[in-house]
Design a protein around this ligand. Structure first.
Ligand SMILES: [Zn+2]
Length: 314
């Protein structure tokens, strides 16, 4: 019987602390955080939350296999540390998490980038179960990614391999991206970029998008469905960017399946068939067709990555 795992999923504005066992979320607690603040004081909050969850479940720390942290930046699982934080929790690279876990719970500790944790979760008990060659993309405010090849999570020398799928260049002469590159998937079709894309679109002033208080994908899908020509054009652009990115990821990583998650996937009914058809027509996969599927675990995917990460099967 697999022992329960303590899982912490750290995002830019909140953390979810949970005890998971294979495909079951035994208990969870969410806390709000400010990513501009230091992470070190938050570890005390996490430790307290873990103790409360264990008490609620009548478990001791010794009953668990370890503590796993999914981090919203580059982390190196091999050394158990954060490598780079991109303006979030800037003290994180200086923290010795293994020592913290040992001191608080006398348990082993594992850390991984949050997108890789989500892929691990989906591969362990979600949409990629039984599939050893898989790429995951999350479409949201940004675009995240991770890749697994022959059952091994792709990490690379600097712990950034496979993580930067959202920063694959998709358009020559495209929009500047926050990462320093130009025409990235993120810069061309993500939540943060959408208002800029829309306002610069030819004919924007005549679109109902111009009347929206917030230009987001929900509004874009609704207006496109209602026949707003500019919204249709922009949506078509975004679908093409995502589909182009999917082909790039297939050619780079040779997956059998691409799992797509993130908030934009509320319209999976439009997105999945579009990308599947595009990939069928344009990806070079003489062995067959790459399946394009929706993520199944939602925001909890990273928590379910704790068990395979700690088990060391990846
Ligand atoms: Zn970029």
């Amino acid at each position: 019987m697999t022992r329960p795992a303590i899982a912490i999923d750290l995002g830019g504005s909140h953390a979810k602390i949970a005890v998971v066992q294979v495909d079951k979320l035994l208990a969870a607690h969410e806390v709000s955080l400010d990513s501009a603040e230091k992470l070190r004081p938050a570890l005390d909050v996490f430790a307290q939350a873990v103790r409360e969850l264990l008490a609620e479940l009548h478990l001791n720390a010794a009953d668990c296999q370890g503590v796993a942290l999914g981090f919203c930046g580059l982390a190196d699982a091999r050394i158990g540390r954060v490598v780079s934080t991109n303006k979030k929790y800037e003290d994180a690279p200086s923290i010795d998490f293994r020592a913290w876990s040992q001191q608080e719970f006398e348990l082993p500790f594992a850390i991984e980038n949050d997108a890789r944790m989500a892929l691990l979760g989906e591969q362990h008990v979600g949409a990629a179960r039984g599939c050893d060659n898989v790429v995951m993309i999350t479409l949201g405010t940004g675009i995240g990614g991770a890749a697994m090849i022959e059952g091994k999570l792709l990490r690379g020398k600097h712990a950034q391999a496979g993580c930067l799928g959202g920063h694959l260049p998709a358009k020559v002469g495209g929009r500047p991206c926050t990462c320093g590159a130009i025409g990235c998937l993120e810069a061309e079709a993500s939540g943060w970029a959408l208002p800029y894309i829309a306002r610069e679109w030819d004919g924007f002033a005549h679109s109902d998008l111009a009347k929206c208080e917030t230009i987001n994908f929900r509004a874009l899908f609704e207006l496109a469905a209602a026949g707003d020509r500019i919204a249709e054009e922009i949506l078509q652009h975004c679908l093409n960017v995502w589909a182009t990115g999917a082909v790039g990821l297939i050619h780079a990583y040779d997956p059998e399946r691409i799992v797509i998650g993130g908030g934009v996937m509320r319209r999976a009914d439009v997105i999945l068939p579009y990308i599947q058809n595009y990939v069928n027509a344009h990806a070079w996969t003489p062995w067959g067709k790459v399946e394009i599927v929706a993520a199944q675990l939602g925001n909890d995917a990273g928590l379910f990555g704790a068990t395979p990460l700690l088990t060391g099967i990846v």
